[in-house]
Design a protein around this ligand. Structure first.
Ligand code: PEP
Ligand code: MG
Length: 325
């Protein structure tokens, strides 16, 4: 079985009815990038940059970050590399910043909120990412966006970073693509507005599910309520995908759900043609993709949207899975 999975790493990732779906990797280190490429990833849809900041007492300097981002960009030889700006706080702790003890860390001081508060730290990271963009197909992504103002403020810091690099004679891709995570329900609700001001969306189902259902993704005692197949989730997914398609910007999924075979018809049906997942999931998911069909997906999504409960949705997806795979 392992052998046959290896073989499909080389095959084009298309459905039975000829729809090409980009299968990309979520990585948190350069080492994982090697595995991603071995497993046939057509790029990196999410580089979690936290590893550069975690387990150390000082901030990583621009040069150190640049070297890592550049190495990743070069290794990808032109394939896309989406670098997400720092997403600490919540469940991801660091030593160099004394993060406050919070009643509700997931609703607290985290991700883009920290970056917009600590612009020095944010600008340093943006400069490193911009410099790396000279060496490959690098895109920038902001996490935990919940409003247009946040996008605009982040872009102001980006503009400043560009200005400083230009003044210093450092090369970078001036029109680097800038996208956002859709992982806060507010962002999904205003996806049409956000789509007008960014270059791409990536749906973070891990947090989206946690926030829309008010279920802490780390809390074992309510794990049974953490349900990616809740009808509310499917509605937000559709709303986000439709907003992106209408504005003509690409939309991908980079939460764990992207690698769940059960969810595959939903992506196909919603017109999402890019999935980014953990490196171990790439080949098993691809195996399902090769046996699936976009047309089935369209029907499945319509049926799923008419379901009233998660159980109904799961049952539907289980029964449809046997049709296409
Ligand atoms: C997500 O929230 O779905 C996501 C991909 O980001 P992370 O898991 O790093 O929070
Ligand atoms: Mg997230």
């Amino acid at each position: 079985r392992k052998e046959s999975l290896r073989e499909i790493a080389e095959l084009p990732s298309v459905t039975q009815d000829g729809k090409r779906i980009e299968l990309k990797a979520n990585i948190s280190s350069l080492k994982e990038l090697d595995v991603a490429l071995r497993n046939g990833a057509s790029g990196v849809g999410l580089l979690r940059t936290e590893f550069l900041y975690i387990d150390r007492t000082t901030l990583p300097k621009e040069e150190e970050q640049f070297e890592v981002y550049k190495a990743a960009a070069e290794k990808l030889t032109g394939k896309p590399l989406v670098i997400r700006s720092l997403d600490i706080g919540g469940d991801k702790d660091v030593n160099f910043l004394p993060l406050p003890e919070e009643e509700n860390p997931a609703l607290g001081y985290r991700a883009i909120r920290i970056s917009l508060d600590r612009r020095d730290l944010f600008k340093t990271q943006l400069k490193a990412i911009l410099r790396a963009s000279h060496y490959g197909n690098v895109k920038l992504m902001y996490p935990m966006i919940s409003s247009l103002e946040e996008v605009r403020k982040a872009n102001e810091v980006l503009a400043l970073a560009k200005k400083e690099l230009t003044a210093a004679g450092q090369p970078f891709k001036a029109d680097i693509e800038v996208g956002i995570m859709i992982e806060v329900p507010a962002a999904a609700a205003i996806a049409d507005l956000l789509a007008e001001e960014v270059d791409f969306f990536s749906i973070g189902t891990n947090d989206l599910v946690q926030y829309v259902l008010a279920v802490d993704r780390m809390n074992e005692s309510i794990a049974h309520l953490y349900d990616p197949y809740h009808p509310a989730v499917i509605r937000l997914l559709r709303q986000t995908a439709e907003a992106a398609l209408r504005s003509g910007i690409p939309v991908s999924v980079c939460g764990e759900l992207a690698g769940d075979p059960l969810a595959l018809p939903i992506w196909l049906g919603l017109g999402i043609n890019e999935l980014s997942m953990s490196v171990q999931t790439l080949l098993p998911l691809k195996e399902c993709l090769l046996a699936s069909s976009e047309n089935d997906g369209k029907e499945t999504v319509e049926l799923a949207l008419a379901c009233r409960t998660s159980d109904e949705i799961r049952e539907l997806l289980e029964s449809r899975r046997s049709i296409s795979a």
